[in-house]
Design a protein around this ligand. Structure first.
Ligand code: ADP
Ligand code: ASP
Ligand code: MG
Length: 419
């Protein structure tokens, strides 16, 4: 039997009118595709996860993670019931499934749990009965039976993981934009919709801030070869963006996308005596506390000392600063400081593998706007720079002009040599 998974995000189920619209979209799909199996995955109604988080945090600053997960999971539980009620009203035999009922097993890392397996038996049995399972996104159950959640935006992961477990023919991610754009269309009105993007560049774009897909959902799609498409709930006929293996790309643009993240902070340890020992102490102190470090730079001074700077997730920044301040006397550094008003802007594209000059063009575009870059990180298919947060939108628009608007479409032969 042909089978598809269709996931609807928070805005798509944001109120009862939109839920009726989703039900109608699904009714039409089923009428036009008789015999095709369908599993629906839904997010909480727009704003609900934020509301629930704020509710718990107004009680205590750091709510117990297990209890917070129990609370957050209710958002998706409301949606599965309402969508199922709306579908049944149209004569469609829908049946809601929470994570326990859908048998979505995760580890016990509350608030950022990872799916370890889905026992397809329950969903397959429903499908065999001719039902349409409507599954709660974002949630799972750990070994002890506690409710877990997968991290913000995690319903995308649920959808792709179910598609992989059920060996579905495709996973459709319906959202409030009609595909993946060259940058966030809310920031740059010249953003272009991509008809295709490769797993690898989508994974980079998602990890570097394009929140239209959760990075782990892209990883699962790549790992389990799940055909994945992003499209609009409100204008599905406009088509969308397919995420495909790199060898299936028709065009390999040098830069496909420009992304930004505002949720990192920069810490500097000033004027440490040079030598690998101090570096080791700095980074092992962070690692021992489970703090992720992203970009790192060092700058030597004429007096023979070194200043090391690095970025960490903003929520871990106070803890990281305290750790560094405690280390300062031990490593004989001059002091430690924290900067929070920064943004990481990245340009991503598989064509960078074959083209030189991307960094030069990036610095030229930012320099023309008078924007200073304080850190740089590169990989084969991306360059990220750190800029003052107040310049993040100007930087995105400048880079979009330089790399996308003023650029002829570049279609590369597969395996073309770098020039
Ligand atoms: P959903 O609730 O449907 O999961 P999200 O809010 O998580 O939707 O993701 C969709 C949003 O992602 C869009 O409204 C858009 O503002 C944002 N976005 C950021 N970068 C991009 C991009 N490159 N292409 C498309 N949308 C993007
Ligand atoms: N409701 C969750 C969130 O807001 C999951 C999701 O929407 O994907 O993050
Ligand atoms: Mg989302």
């Amino acid at each position: 039997m042909k089978l598809v998974v269709k996931k609807f995000g928070g805005t798509s189920v944001g109120d009862l009118g939109r839920i009726s619209q989703v039900a109608e979209l699904l009714r039409k799909f089923l009428a036009e595709n008789p015999g095709v199996g369908l599993v629906v995955v839904v997010s909480a109604m727009a704003g609900e996860t934020n509301r629930l988080t704020a509710l718990a945090k107004s009680l205590v600053a750091e709510p117990d993670p297990r209890e917070l997960d129990t609370l957050l999971a209710t958002g998706e539980q409301v949606s599965i019931a309402l969508v199922s009620i709306a579908l049944r009203q149209l004569g469609i035999p829908a049946r809601s499934f929470d994570a326990q009922q859908a048998q979505i097993a995760t580890n016990n890392r509350h608030l950022e749990a990872q799916i370890e397996g889905i026992n397809a038996a329950a969903l397959n049995a429903a499908l065999a009965r001719g039902e349409i399972p409507v599954v709660a996104g974002f949630q799972g159950v750990d070994e002890e039976g506690s409710i877990t959640t997968l991290g913000r935006g995690g319903s995308d992961i649920t959808a792709v993981a179910i598609a992989a477990a059920l060996k579905a023919d495709a996973c459709y991610i319906y959202t409030d934009v009609d595909g993946v754009y060259s940058t966030d269309p809310r920031i740059c009105r010249y953003a272009k919709r991509l008809t295709q993007t490769s797993h690898e560049e989508m994974l980079e774009m998602a990890s570097l801030g394009a929140k239209v897909l959760h990075p782990r959902s892209v990883y699962f799609a790549m790992q389990y070869a799940v055909p994945l498409v992003v499209l609009s709930t409100f204008n599905p006929e406009r088509g969308g963006t397919w995420v495909v293996p790199e060898e299936e790309l028709v065009e390999k643009a040098v830069v496909t996308g420009i992304t930004y993240r505002n949720d990192e902070a920069k810490i500097s340890v000033h004027h440490m005596p040079q030598g690998i020992k101090s570096f080791n102490l700095v980074f092992s102190a962070l690692a021992e506390q489970g703090i992720f470090v992203d970009m790192i730079t060092q700058a030597g001074a004429a007096d023979g000392t070194t200043t090391v700077s690095f970025t960490v997730p903003d929520e871990a920044s106070s803890k990281a600063l305290a750790l560094m301040q405690a280390l300062v006397p031990k490593i004989k550094a001059e002091g430690a400081s924290l900067e929070r008003d920064i943004a990481k802007i990245s340009v991503v594209g598989v064509g960078m593998r074959y083209h030189t000059g991307v960094a030069a063009k990036l610095f030229e575009a930012l320099a023309a706007e008078g924007i200073d870059v304080s850190m740089i990180a590169t990989s084969e298919i991306k360059i990220s720079v750190l800029v003052p947060r107040k310049f993040s939108e100007v930087s995105i628009r400048a880079l979009h002009r330089a790399f996308i608007e003023n650029q002829p479409e570049i279609a590369l032969e597969r395996g073309a040599a770098a020039v």
